[in-house]
Design a protein around this ligand. Structure first.
Ligand code: PLP
Length: 391
């Protein structure tokens, strides 16, 4: 037996494991200290009441002979795919049909798995800094990766790849920089993909956090996107499903390469390797699109964004240079000149007992930056800002 040696090309520590181990060590050495975590992008608000009601009612259905459900349909239940098609797409003028939507257990699995339908020899372009999953899953598959730098100078919007990229991962609103892309900037990527026969994987996990007008919520708002793009969504960050697990991928029927429909390829992969998100979770997902559900979800998002505003303004007042946090729950800050992101991580942990994420963990261009998240409790976020002010 031989192992997959491509795994040996991965960097040794997964970013959040390294953070967790440093925090654990600090906690063990300083048991009296109360640590505030603004590091990992997990939500803290419980699932909203109308969504819980749907979840509980679905749980009851599972315990009765007449309403019990077994395996879900391959692509997910029609009731959920129809709600997604109507509300996330048709209401925004994007013509995405339910049979172009594949329900899954979240965007992480989808962005990790989608590359399976592409040849190993494809060149993959990812941003730097990047949500590590795009790069790592392609390293595991032995693909060549090229990086598109996102810096203060280019407003954290990548330039069109100079070398030929067959697969391009984009994420807006962006994790980790918290920036968004305008429609004309996104259109350039679509035009590039049309010319070069590339495919864009567009991760829209933070779409619900867009507050400003004129920012695209979906790549399909751009012309020609259905012929070049796959879009990924998550219920984690808008509706708090990080523990429940639910997401979806859109693979348009118009997206074909070498005469083959990618929708058909993904359908084949999905049917072979996946048995569907649980019925009860899909019912909870359906409730996210009910009137009461949407209202509750929007309230939670608004509350998180109040934290984002607080972090952004307080840090600016302290003299830090900050980015993001307007259309995204992430604040990307420049650390003091002589420090690295990891130095700043250790300083913040030690002096303020606040945990953030060093920019280096997201790539070379993240060096000297630090990410804070707005997903904490309001009171904790306020206290964290007071503590940072005190160092
Ligand atoms: N995509 C991005 C950009 C993320 O930041 C995250 C989680 O932090 C995910 C996907 C994962 O989403 P899910 O919980 O649906 O797997």
């Amino acid at each position: 037996m031989k192992i997959n040696k491509d795994y040996l090309n991965l960097s040794e520590n997964y970013l959040f494991s390294e953070i967790a181990s440093r925090v654990k060590k600090y906690g063990a050495e300083h048991p009296d200290k109360e640590i505030i975590r603004l590091g990992i992008g997990d939500v803290t608000k419980p699932i909203a009441e109308p969504i819980m009601a749907a979840l509980k009612s679905a749980v009851d259905e599972m315990g009765k002979k007449e309403t019990f459900r077994g395996y879900a349909p391959d692509r997910g239940y029609e009731f959920l795919r129809k709600a997604i098609s109507d509300i996330d797409y048709k209401k925004r003028g994007c013509d995405i049909e339910p049979d172009e939507i594949f329900v899954s257990d979240g965007a992480k699995s989808d962005c990790g798995n989608i590359q399976e339908i592409f040849d190993k020899d494809n060149v993959v372009a990812v941003t730097d800094p990047v949500y590590p999953v795009y790069a790592d899953t392609n390293v595991m598959a032995g693909r060549k990766i090229i990086y598109m730098p996102c810096t203060k100078e280019n407003g954290f919007i990548p330039e069109i790849p100079k070398k030929k990229a067959d697969i391009i991962y984009l994420c807006f609103p962006n994790n980790p920089t918290g920036t968004v892309i305008k429609k004309d900037q996104l259109q350039k990527f679509i035009d590039y993909a049309q010319t070069n026969d590339s495919v864009i994987i567009y991760d829209a996990a933070y779409e619900a956090y867009i507050t400003e007008e004129g920012i695209p919520h979906s790549i399909y708002e751009c012309e020609g996107a259905k012929e070049v793009a796959i879009e990924l969504h998550s219920f984690s960050k808008n509706a708090g499903f990080t523990g429940l697990r639910l997401g979806y991928a859109v693979v348009p029927k118009a997206l074909k390469r070498e005469g083959v429909s990618l929708n058909a390829l993904w359908a084949r992969r999905h049917a072979t390797k996946y048995n569907g998100a649980p019925y009860i979770v899909q019912r909870a997902g359906e409730a996210v699109y009910s009137e009461a559900g949407m209202k509750a979800v929007m309230t939670q998002v608004r509350e998180y964004m109040e934290n984002a505003t607080l972090i952004r303004t307080k840090l600016s007042d302290m003299g830090y240079e900050v980015f993001g946090g307007v259309n995204a729950p992430y604040i990307w800050m420049k650390v003091p000149k002589e420090m690295s992101g990891w130095d700043f991580f250790d300083l913040l942990l030690d002096k303020a007992n606040v945990v953030g994420t060093p920019g280096e963990g997201f790539g070379k261009c993240g060096a000297g930056y630090f990410r804070l998240t707005a997903f904490g409790d309001k009171n904790d976020t306020q206290r964290a800002m007071e503590r940072i002010k005190g160092i």
